[in-house]
Design a protein around this ligand. Structure first.
Ligand code: AMP
Length: 192
């Protein structure tokens, strides 16, 4: 099963992606997690990543495209994967769609998490207390939401139009368990 998750920061898509990946035994590809791991050192690349990410800005398309191409082609993705946080820009989306076509791969389902931005801001502030992520302050949240609207929302619309039957809107204001059930219900139908 090959799944793409869209949704603004704080929409809960990471939590859902993790749960679904465990249930279906497929790889959860969170580009945010991959980049956070890469930024844990003190070399120049790590420092550059730390600066970009803690300001809420996006890392270069080039780097992300390379990371994803390598992942998707790897053995651990044979059974399927969940893309969580990619594609986030139009160039990334063009890269992904071309890459899938060239490698005769396809996507099974696209989930787009919709939520009021005021709820998102509250959620992220709560998360910042628990996880101490450097990009969870109110100013940085504004940049991240802005990036989402400017860069990622148009990508979700491309997917909505190109994958009409596979594109599903999810109400992300619901409780975790309720969303989980809804996702599983849709996935069961796709499997059959
Ligand atoms: P996330 O955990 O998905 O909110 O990602 C955290 C940060 O990682 C983002 O604010 C960006 O700086 C960076 N990032 C994650 N995915 C991407 C992507 N696909 N393109 C560019 N930057 C990304």
């Amino acid at each position: 099963m090959k799944i793409v998750f869209f949704g603004p920061p704080g929409s809960g898509k990471g939590t859902q992606a993790k749960l679904i990946s465990e249930k279906l035994n497929i790889l959860h590809i969170s580009t945010g997690d991959i980049l956070r791991n890469k930024s844990n050192y003190s070399d120049s690349l790590s420092i550059e990543l730390q600066e970009t990410m803690s300001s809420g800005n996006l890392v270069s398309d080039d780097m992300l495209n390379k990371i994803i191409a390598e992942k998707i082609n790897s053995e651990e993705c044979k059974k399927g994967y969940i893309l969580d946080g990619f594609p986030r820009t139009l160039p990334q989306s063009e890269f992904l769609l071309k890459f899938l076509e060239q490698n005769k791969m396809s996507l099974d389902i696209i989930f787009d998490f919709k939520i009021d931005f005021r709820i998102v801001q509250e959620r992220i502030m709560e998360r910042s207390k628990l996880e101490k992520r450097s990009d969870d302050s109110i100013d940085v949240i504004k940049v991240r939401l802005d990036k989402y609207i400017q860069e990622t929302y148009p990508v979700s619309q491309v997917f909505a139009n190109s994958f009409v039957d596979k594109y599903k809107i999810i109400d992300a204001s619901k409780q975790i368990l309720e969303i989980q059930k809804e996702l599983m219900k849709i996935l069961k139908k796709v499997e059959n």
